[in-house]
Design a protein around this ligand. Structure first.
Ligand code: OXD
Ligand code: MN
Length: 602
């Protein structure tokens, strides 16, 4: 493991792109005095700058060059083995009062936290280059678009930010010279990459983020989870819009009628796969296009919700990605991709569990050790990632740059549930849909440090990302619904239900189109359903199951089944969850829970 922070000396014309805004200059100077870097590198996002940073990173062995024939302009980075996922236990919302952060966030007092972090940052960049990364989140002409500056001592962060955001000159220009302009201040330092000195702290009132001690994407690409979701959700409530952990996709019918759908699934539950879905042969003429794979910012216009993707790239989970599971993702990551913690084959290609074809006879695993198919360890870390520009996606939606966004017809919640949750159901209305989202749960994955496979409640997939009190967040959803005259319909899906013998009942991937089609048909009001206590459920004849091999009618019945026994337990888990939130849940949702429980009694 080489230190991605060692200083570099750029030639003239690189790294000297100072913005004109005095507020930015003052802030950078302040951080410079504190962290004492060897030099400051002002990023402009240019090709030349990127080439220089890559060549320095290769020299310092921060990156490994991959086989340029197989993966042009693609590189591998290995993170410290102690630093491979988001660390929710060390993530803090630092609002003036604990109540503002609410029951689901770690809270720490802003003054004390700034002092503690200042202590850790003092002299932290000695012998290092301090990069100043200007970026915007959102299409350039969207009213929702936000400006951020991230200071970092990691070249890997700079290279990743260039993929994941619209970075450099575009942000400097947009900010201009007004010292009162609004922008997010982000400070990141690797320190010594020690879990004991790892803190990801958000100061929503100051529009500021400080992240120390980690080099892993979700903790350090401050644009993403930190700004676009945690600070974003806080701003969204204040300003009357929604910042959500949702993919956005377009579905076009053979007749050319198009709908857009936003879907919230917890981390590593297939958002990227769903956003790039290829319909099965039977759905000839149907097209799915991607607006975003992780984050949706949505505003109200004409009584509808309109969504933009604030990001510019995809930071996806690699293992399991293959031409079989997600050909569009495979095509997207064929080039220009920064891989983290995958395995390296002897011919400079990359390998991961679930990739097409047989495993290599020998590889270097994500830790840098020899690996063979007989090894007990995984070749790639289960949370190994790709960062790739969204432009590489062959099914990128043509409206991805529209500042107005795309109109959302349906919102889908979903989780990884072995039982209880049917393949799909539709909420009765917005308020009930908000309840369905607020009680969502999923079996945990490797995206966050901690046990894998435990059912945890993850409201709207925002548990780790809501930057304020979750009760107020629920209230904001309910209030938003009241302002919508043409609200999206709300659905819940579960691709992961298992039979009694532990096998997945639904093939998933492209066949999820069958569920998506029912959802679109519901939006068009042209397909039936049966009313169950949990919502509208398709009858077998309402789903297009033609040419769906391998799923028997009995399995279909199991997939669509609502078991009173399982649901009584589920509703009592909802009650426990709401109780655990300590009285912040809005009355409307408590009422929804009582009604749901009541529907199972009668
Ligand atoms: C992600 C996550 O990286 O949700 O998108 O963890
Ligand atoms: Mn995510």
């Amino acid at each position: 493991m080489n230190n991605p922070a060692t200083a570099i000396s750029p030639p003239a014309g690189i790294g000297d792109h100072k913005p004109a805004n005095q507020a930015v200059l003052d802030w950078v100077h302040e951080v410079e005095l504190l962290t004492q870097p060897e030099n400051i590198f002002w990023c402009d996002g240019s090709e030349r700058e990127n080439d220089f940073l890559i060549s320095e990173s290769l020299k310092q062995e921060v990156l490994t060059k991959l086989n340029q024939k197989r993966a042009p302009r693609s590189y591998l980075h290995r993170s410290n083995p102690n630093d491979v996922a988001r660390v929710e236990q060390f993530t803090f919302i630092c609002t003036p009062t604990k109540a503002e952060a609410g029951p689901t966030n770690n809270w720490s007092e802003p003054g004390e936290t700034y002092s503690k972090l200042d202590g850790l940052l003092k002299g932290a960049m000695r012998g290092r280059t301090m990069f100043v990364v200007p970026y915007i989140m959102g299409p350039p002409d969207s009213p929702l678009t936000k400006i951020g500056f991230e200071i970092t001592d990691s070249k890997y962060v700079v290279l990743s930010m260039r993929i994941m955001t619209r970075m450099g000159e575009i942000a400097v220009k947009r900010l201009g010279s007004d010292p009162k302009a609004e922008w997010n201040r982000g400070v990141h330092s690797l320190l010594d990459v020690n879990p004991e000195r790892r803190f990801i702290c958000h100061f929503p009132q100051d529009n500021a983020i400080i992240s120390v001690g980690s080099g892993y994407g979700g903790n350090v690409l401050l644009s993403k989870k930190c700004l676009a979701l945690r600070i974003g959700s806080y701003l969204a409530r204040k300003q009357g819009w929604l910042a959500e952990h949702m993919l956005i996709l377009g579905v076009e019918s053979p007749e050319g009628k198009k709908h857009y759908v936003a879907a919230a699934f917890p981390s590593a539950c297939g958002k990227t796969n769903f956003a790039m879905l290829i319909p099965p042969k039977h759905f000839a003429g149907w097209k799915v296009t991607t607006v975003g794979d992780d984050i949706a910012w949505m505003q109200i216009r004409d009584g509808r919700l309109w969504a933009v993707n604030p990001e510019n790239g995809y930071f996806g989970v690699v293992p399991g990605t293959s031409y079989k599971s997600n050909p569009n993702a495979m095509k997207s990551i064929e080039r220009d991709t920064l891989y983290t913690n995958v395995a390296l084959t002897d011919d400079g290609d990359m390998w991961w569990e679930g990739k097409d074809g047989p495993p290599p006879k020998h590889a270097i695993d994500w830790r840098g050790n020899d690996w063979t198919p007989d090894s007990k360890e995984k070749a790639a870390h289960p949370n190994s990632r790709f960062a790739t520009p969204m432009r590489n996606n062959p099914v990128l939606d043509p409206h991805v740059e529209d500042g107005d966004g795309v109109p959302i017809s349906a919102i889908i919640f979903g989780g990884r549930r072995s039982d209880t949750m049917p393949l799909v159901f539709q909420a009765f209305d917005w308020e009930h849909g908000t309840y369905v989202g607020s009680t969502m749960a999923s079996e945990t994955t490797a995206a966050a440090a901690g046990a894998v496979g435990k059912v945890r409640r993850d409201p709207m997939a925002m548990l780790p990302f809501c930057g304020y009190n979750i009760g107020d967040y629920f209230r904001h959803w309910l209030e938003t619904g009241k302002r919508l005259t043409n609200p999206p319909l709300i659905f819940h899906v579960n691709w992961f239900r298992k039979s009694a013998d532990g096998k997945f009942l639904w093939p998933g991937f492209g066949d999820n189109m069958r569920v998506l089609k029912w959802i679109i048909d519901r939006c068009e009001g042209r397909v039936g359903a049966t009313e169950s206590p949990i919502g509208h459920i398709p009858r077998m004849q309402d789903l297009d199951l033609d040419e769906l091999g391998g799923v028997t009618p009995n399995q279909m019945r199991e997939l669509l089944n609502v078991s009173a026994e399982e649901w009584q337990k589920e509703v009592s888990d909802h009650a426990k969850f709401f109780e655990s939130l300590g009285g912040v849940v809005p009355d409307e949702l408590e009422k929804q829970r009582k009604n749901l429980a009541g529907r199972f009694k009668s």
